[in-house]
Write a protein that binds this ligand. Structure first.
Ligand code: LLP
Length: 420
């Protein structure tokens, strides 16, 4: 294998490992998500290296990409999982992840989900309110089963990110205010089946200002120390995810800053330290390949109408998110043109880029929407009765179809060919 991730050969064709993306798109059809397992592994090792001196453990946030093949591959690297629904939990178990490597987060777990998690003896339930704690206690008592919990704390820290993905201040629905945490901790004494094992936090996603992580981690540790002085036995701190991905540059990370921060705060290794990266682990390793159905020049605008729609990738319209767009084949002779890259869906919001300068593209040619490994296919829908895009994983120079859903007639082995 030559290089990591997506790169160009001398004739300017886009490649992944030794495979020509154009050939893959011809083989599988478009729209098509392509993921590079080697790049996922490379980034995983970088995160692992950043947190190794504090014995940090990685629990991949499944919500970023819950394709069974991706979960299975990341499991094979040694990661655990952060899940937020029984569906995600079942997927992890299906690909062979051990329950003791699974953390269950989320503000609205219902009774069925709590019951399932308790019975499966997962590592930890992250509880987000006094009300949820009472439900957990009731269910654990009913089945006489032990469960370890962490309380998710809200430290009222405003993350500088898009309002829809900022979760750390007291106006958001997440966590228990640090002012009320002692009271809630006391409730855990009501049951011998429920053990208060840790504190958890996640202030938001797509964060670049690492001083916010410093403040968060520092204050969380201080809070744990105080609670322990009050007779509790907090052993674990779950620090969440949120590490920003620069969608304009490719494969650019600030994990060295994470290393500095965690070593400064947690060098004494008093607590087990857990991280839940999602986007930073998987975003850059995926692209969405789509075909130009036709070009359209109107009086005011030029459009590239492509065969992927906002049902396949909703981030640009939902968050005004930027994704680089690249022709699958660069052509030096062609001029650049300013275009809107849009899908076929009957909404003006169905776009991937507005007023973007791109090499002029013709009907039936292919483009790639870059860094779509995270929060791409997971947020897809069948709006306009459209199909899901196919997904393939490139592993050791070979392409494999990987599937999103557990089909009950099929075994996991027949769905995912490589055994990692
Ligand atoms: N842990 C918890 C409790 C979370 O809620 C999240 C993300 C993560 C970890 C992982 O965060 P990450 O490392 O990926 O930033 N759909 C949005 C992102 C939503 C993030 C939700 N929570 C987007 O496309 O930007």
């Amino acid at each position: 294998m030559n290089k990591l991730g997506f790169y160009r050969d001398n004739s300017k064709n886009l490649f992944v490992q030794d495979l020509n993306v154009n050939a893959l798109a011809t083989k599988y059809g478009t729209p098509l998500f392509i993921y590079d397992a080697a790049l996922i592994e490379n980034i995983f090792l970088k995160i692992q290296n950043a947190v190794k001196n504090v014995d940090g453990k990685i629990f991949y946030a499944i919500k970023a990409n819950d394709n069974l093949g991706i979960i299975k591959f990341i499991t094979s690297l040694g990661a655990g999982a952060d899940v937020v629904s029984v569906g995600e939990l079942k997927k992890c178990l299906k690909v062979g992840m051990k329950p003791e490597k699974i953390i269950f987060s989320g503000v609205g777990k219902d009774r069925e989900e709590i019951e399932f998690a308790i019975k499966k003896r997962i590592k930890q339930l992250n509880v987000e309110s006094r009300e949820e704690l009472l439900d957990v206690i009731e269910i654990a008592e009913k089945f006489k089963k032990n469960i370890r919990i962490a309380l998710r704390v809200n430290l009222d820290i405003k993350a500088k990110t898009h309002a829809k993905i900022s979760t750390g201040d007291e106006y958001s629905k997440f966590g228990i205010s640090s002012k009320e945490i002692l009271k809630v901790c006391n409730f855990t004494k009501k049951s011998n089946y429920v053990t208060l094992h840790g504190l958890a936090i996640h202030i938001g996603s797509q964060i670049f200002d690492y001083s916010l992580f410093y403040k968060t981690y520092y204050e969380l540790e201080k809070l744990a120390n105080n609670l322990n002085k009050n007779g509790f036995n907090i052993k674990s701190l779950d620090l969440g995810g949120g590490f920003g991905v620069d969608y304009e540059k490719y494969n650019f990370h600030k994990f060295s800053e994470l290393k500095k921060i965690t070593e400064k705060i947690f060098h004494n290794k008093k607590y087990e330290i857990c991280f839940e990266p999602g986007r930073s682990l998987i975003a850059d390793s995926g692209i969405l390949v789509t075909k130009v159905i036709r070009t359209k020049n109107s009086r005011r605008k030029s459009f590239l109408i492509v065969d992927a729609g906002m049902n396949n990738l909703i981030r640009p319209t939902l968050y005004n998110a930027f994704h680089r767009i690249e022709p699958i084949k660069l052509n030096n002779i062609r001029k650049n043109k300013v275009v809107d890259v849009v899908g076929p869906i009957c909404e003006t919001g169905d776009f991937f880029a507005l007023d973007r300068k791109l090499q002029e593209m013709l009907k039936n040619e292919l483009i790639a929407i870059m860094s779509t490994g995270a929060y791409g296919t997971v947020m897809s829908s069948n709006y306009n009765s459209r199909k899901n895009a196919k997904e393939i994983l490139i592993y050791k120079g070979k392409d494999y179809i990987i599937k999103k859903e557990i089909s009950f007639n099929e075994s996991i082995k027949s769905q995912i060919i490589p055994s990692f």
